[in-house]
Design a protein around this ligand. Structure first.
Ligand code: PAF
Length: 294
């Protein structure tokens, strides 16, 4: 059971948890009938301050915040960490309650993907590059589950983290293309004091790897400064890759400078651009991205 104190009366409030689509819809219908706006925060659990920033962003603009926790098998390849992905529903519920969420939707996987489930949502183009090129099923899995969650909850707005920038573009494109009337809000990346972007997968890092991990963000910052000063992009990427290898990252899936809207490669400085990286460190795959200041 997860409790939080009522701001007005100082009494403990239990965070309600719903586990079926019917119960979710009934709970939201009551809120709608009371004239409330609904914010949705989709997550896979193993929550950290980055997720709580999404919850707080929703709470600050919406009357009712619904967080979802579902480790979505569709977005993992067979060789990825679906089985070992950290799960801690009680801890998640306590954190959500504390952050001000009004409802936790933790559906049973069997209801989300019933026997014979055979529909997928594919966003083409944006998903051919960066993480999409290295994780072939990932974005169709994300697009499919997010579409289902949107249709189940029918929120006014949904909140996603900037760390997963490509995911935000994919979700924005799918709501536009499918005429789903939900505003998609991107919430800034939350970082540790040393710059490491918060991620549930940081839990895989050993103490030694944890000391290396912030060098990813430091390298992106150095690259952003260099490109801003007018240094050639190709050369800056080569220097950045060398710095990451020297720091101890096991392998680099990509280190790239791309257009912030289309994700097309940017080859000359002076244009709107963002640096994107995915690297491996021990058992963890870390991603990060950074805008190059104009
Ligand atoms: O960002 C995530 O945690 C997941 O990709 C999401 C959006 C909850 C879909 O499973």
């Amino acid at each position: 059971m997860s409790l939080r104190m009522s701001a007005k009366k100082g009494e403990a409030i239990e965070l309600p948890i719903v586990r079926s689509i019917a119960d979710l819809r009934s709970a939201i219908a009551l809120r709608r009938a009371a004239g409330e706006s609904i914010g949705l925060v989709p997550t896979m659990g193993a929550l950290h301050e980055g997720h709580l920033a999404l919850v707080r962003a929703s709470c600050s603009g919406m009357d009712c915040t619904v967080a979802t926790v579902l480790v979505n098998p569709l977005q993992f390849s067979p060789d990825e960490d679906f089985e070992s992905y950290p799960r801690n529903e009680a801890g998640d519920a306590a954190m959500l309650s504390e952050a001000g969420a009004d409802l936790l939707y933790a559906p049973a996987i069997e209801e989300i993907y019933p026997e014979g489930f055979s529909t997928k949502v594919e966003v083409t183009g944006l998903t051919d590059v960066l993480c999409g090129a290295f994780r072939p099923v990932h974005f169709s899995g994300v697009a499919t589950v997010v579409t289902k969650l949107f249709l189940q909850a029918l929120p006014d707005a949904a909140f996603f983290g900037e760390k997963d920038y490509q995911q935000v573009l994919v979700v924005r494109r799918l709501v536009r293309d499918l005429d789903i009337p939900i505003h998609i809000e991107m919430v800034p990346t939350v970082r540790e004091a040393d710059g490491l972007a918060l991620s549930s997968r940081n839990a895989y890092l050993t103490a030694e790897e944890r000391a290396v991990a912030p060098k990813l963000y430091a390298t992106l910052n150095e690259m952003a400064m260099a490109i801003r000063k007018g240094n050639a992009i190709a050369e800056t990427i080569a220097i950045g890759e060398a710095a990451l290898r020297e720091a101890g990252f096991r392998s680099i899936d990509y280190l790239d400078v791309r257009d912030p809207e289309t994700l097309a490669r940017v080859e000359v400085s002076g244009r709107p651009a963002r640096i994107f990286a995915a690297v491996h460190l021990g058992k963890a795959r870390l991603i990060d991205n950074l805008a190059i200041p104009g």
